[in-house]
Design a protein around this ligand. Structure first.
Ligand code: GDP
Ligand code: MG
Length: 204
């Protein structure tokens, strides 16, 4: 039987997108991850090629269909007519816009580690559309973009940050951006208070 990894070993990919870098939000975004007790195991600034961005978004073969269907449902829930009934046609355009957006300037890619890091980071990042993402989240607090605006200008929604949506997604995304040798295994002293079972190292 395979030995299940301790939850504290879970990792996620976070990227500060070009608008986040330009807005001077790298420090604020890092701070929010640190505040939760997560460990930064890799970080780099890169200008990504369009091919690399396309490969990133299509690592999950279902992404095209799921995103297209979600977008069509989104239009209909607002009583609007989607530009197409074909999810793949919709996603083709989303992908084209994402390639322009994500390769427009430097991005900061990071890998964060800790228990439930994928879910917790999605919680602090907030929903995809800043207009409707919760107050207190990164997307909810630092930008006001909307699908109404981005669709009108046929561009990607500027939502500052990417974070893996599931553990399966993070397992595909991390190796897409980082070599194994760039991921640093080390101890963070605060992990003792987060994960140590008996807390028997505190008292003298
Ligand atoms: P995330 O995980 O919250 O970033 O969102 P997704 O993985 O579902 O979508 C990735 C990207 O596709 C988003 O950042 C948007 O740029 C785009 N996208 C997703 N859903 C929609 C939508 O309903 N309409 C439009 N125009 N773009 C979308
Ligand atoms: Mg996603």
């Amino acid at each position: 039987m395979a030995v299940k990894k301790h939850l504290s070993k879970e990792r996620t990919l976070v990227m500060v997108k070009p608008d986040g870098v330009q807005r001077g939000l790298v420090g604020e975004i890092i701070k929010r991850h640190e505040a939760l007790g997560f460990k930064l195991v890799a970080m780099k600034t890169v200008v990504a090629k369009e091919d690399h961005i396309e490969a990133h978004y299509t690592l999950d073969p279902e992404w095209r269909r799921v995103t297209g269907e979600k977008t069509i449902a989104g239009y209909k829930s607002k009583g609007q007519t989607p530009p197409s009934e074909d999810p793949f046609e919709i996603t083709d355009n989303i992908l084209k816009c994402l390639k322009t957006y994500m390769s427009s300037g430097p991005i900061v890619a990071m890998v964060w580690q800790g228990a439930h890091v994928v879910k917790m980071v999605r919680k602090i990042v907030g929903g995809t559309e800043p207009l409707t993402s919760d107050v207190g989240t990164i997307r909810g607090d630092y930008v006001m973009d909307s699908y109404e605006m981005s669709d009108k200008d046929n561009r990607s929604i500027r939502n500052l940050v990417h974070a893996s949506g599931s553990v399966e997604e993070s397992n595909l995304e991390i190796p897409h951006w980082f070599d194994e040798s760039e991921l640093i295994d080390y101890k963070l002293v605060s992990e003792q208070i987060l994960y140590d079972v008996n807390l028997d190292g505190i008292m003298e």
